[in-house]
Design a protein around this ligand. Structure first.
Ligand code: PMP
Length: 427
């Protein structure tokens, strides 16, 4: 904000950048970034329009692509029984909840899904909200406040950071997956604060690596803190039956205070949840702003998520298939000399190029040959961490994976040759 000394004293003095958005520095920055990409002859990789279900394949502009750009980790979004359940809920309950659930928007399937999520994870109860992002933002922002301390992983998702900001609590990041560093912060500062929250994620969405949750559980017990684990990318994908990090690390789920997850990824629908002790869920249901002052998750989304959860329970082999696909992808990528960073055979595998232009050129080259994979460019990540990010699903076939890695090698060789003049590149 401008200081009082430089603030305009009459409307005539207000600079255009302060009231015309097209003139604002933030909009100009966005335009410059986009123009830079087009000037280098590269196409905007964002907002491509998909004409159907995104799974192992997708259709864009009438053409079918092998797809590595979807959170549909277990193929639930296109599963006929999941679609049927969504349609049935739509017919039975309508297209909307038509009210906040607290008032008169509560449908019988809402509680059915919440109980099913709580049972699946192994805790008392759960609450579902219309988006995973809103769930983090609202719940962290609501349960913690000034005088509290939030310690989060340095690579925490935007929704966690937004929640911390909203809370007004003091926020400190500890180095990625470093429980010792988190412990040192607790030793140093715990006594100065009322409540302390530690927030980590199950699987991290940029690198596909994961946390050992056990030391964090010990820390939270030792220091009487709360522990929240965001399972956006681990529910349905980690642990032999997809129950997430508690199953993967054999940790009693009731030792974690807040299990957060999304139903927009492995569960093939749309929304977020918190699974926790009875009192926390009860409190959130009556007071969390994003729940109380917002319409409930749509009936179709609720019905579809419920069917997906039941299917996951009945078919854990989907989880095993996802992992064998990911292992195959990772092994072939490494063999071909690609830098897969700290990837661990989860549903997310990065190919780090360390150069945004290169990542974009690889993504375009793959697209021209029928493979859809998203580049992650600066400023979304540091330039040195620019990458292609592959989302692996249980629906991919071995052939799709093998052919895609072969293509990636061909495209890499072509691209590297083309830009060799600009200096050596290591991918
Ligand atoms: N947490 C993490 C770690 C995520 O990656 C995401 C979305 N990519 C969210 C929360 C938000 O989930 P949703 O898409 O359901 O809003």
């Amino acid at each position: 904000p401008t200081t009082p000394a430089t603030r305009a004293t009459s409307p005539n003095e207000v600079p255009a950048a302060d009231y015309l958005f097209a003139e604002s520095p933030e909009y100009r920055r966005l335009k410059q970034t986009m123009e830079l990409a087009t000037a280098s002859g590269l196409k905007n990789p964002y907002f491509s329009q998909h004409e159907g279900i995104t799974a192992d394949t997708t259709t864009i502009g009438g053409k079918q692509y092998v797809n590595f750009c979807s959170y549909n980790y277990l193929g639930m979004s296109g599963e006929p029984s999941v679609i049927d359940a969504g349609q049935q809920a739509l017919e039975q309950f309508g297209a909307s909840t038509s009210a906040s659930r607290v008032v008169s928007g509560e449908k019988t399937i809402h509680r059915e899904l919440e109980k099913a999520i709580a049972d699946f994870i192994g805790v008392d109860d759960a609450i579902i909200m219309a988006s995973g992002h809103c769930t983090n933002e609202s719940v962290i922002g609501h349960l913690f406040g000034p005088g509290d301390l939030i310690l989060h992983d340095a690579l925490a998702h935007n929704s966690i950071i937004q929640g911390c900001k909203l809370s007004g609590a003091l926020r400190r990041a500890f180095p990625h997956n470093d429980a010792d560093a988190c412990g040192k912060l607790l030793e140093q500062y715990r006594h100065e604060y009322r409540r302390v929250l530690i927030v980590i994620e199950g699987v991290y969405s940029m690198d596909g690596d994961y946390a050992d949750i056990r030391p964090f559980v010990d820390l939270k017990e030792k220091h009487k803190a709360y522990l929240m684990i965001d399972e956006a990318h681990s529910i349905g994908t980690m642990g032999p039956t997809g129950r997430g990090m508690s199953e993967f690390w054999s940790v009693d789920p009731t030792r974690v205070d807040l299990w957060m997850g999304t139903i927009s990824k492995g569960l093939g629908s749309c929304g977020g949840y918190i699974a926790a002790r009875r009192e926390i869920i009860e409190y959130l249901k009556y007071t969390a702003p994003t729940f109380v002052f917002s319409g409930g998750v749509s009936p179709a989304n609720t019905g579809a998520a419920l069917a997906a959860l039941r299917l996951l329970d009945a078919e854990p082999e989907r989880v095993a298939k996802l992992h064998s696909n990911s292992e195959l992808f990772l092994t072939l990528a490494k063999k071909a000399g690609f830098n897969t960073g700290p990837a661990h055979g989860t549903a997310i595998v990065p190919i780090i190029t360390g150069d945004s232009r290169l990542a974009l050129a690889l993504s375009m080259g793959m697209f021209e040959r029928g493979v859809n994979v998203q580049p992650i460019l600066h400023p979304a990540v540091e330039e040195a961490a620019a990458r292609l990010r592959f989302f692996i699903t249980s629906s991919h076939t071995e052939e799709q994976i093998r052919q895609s890695i072969d293509l990636l090698v061909t495209v890499r060789d072509e691209v590297v040759k083309k830009i060799a003049a600009a200096g050596p590149v290591a991918i």
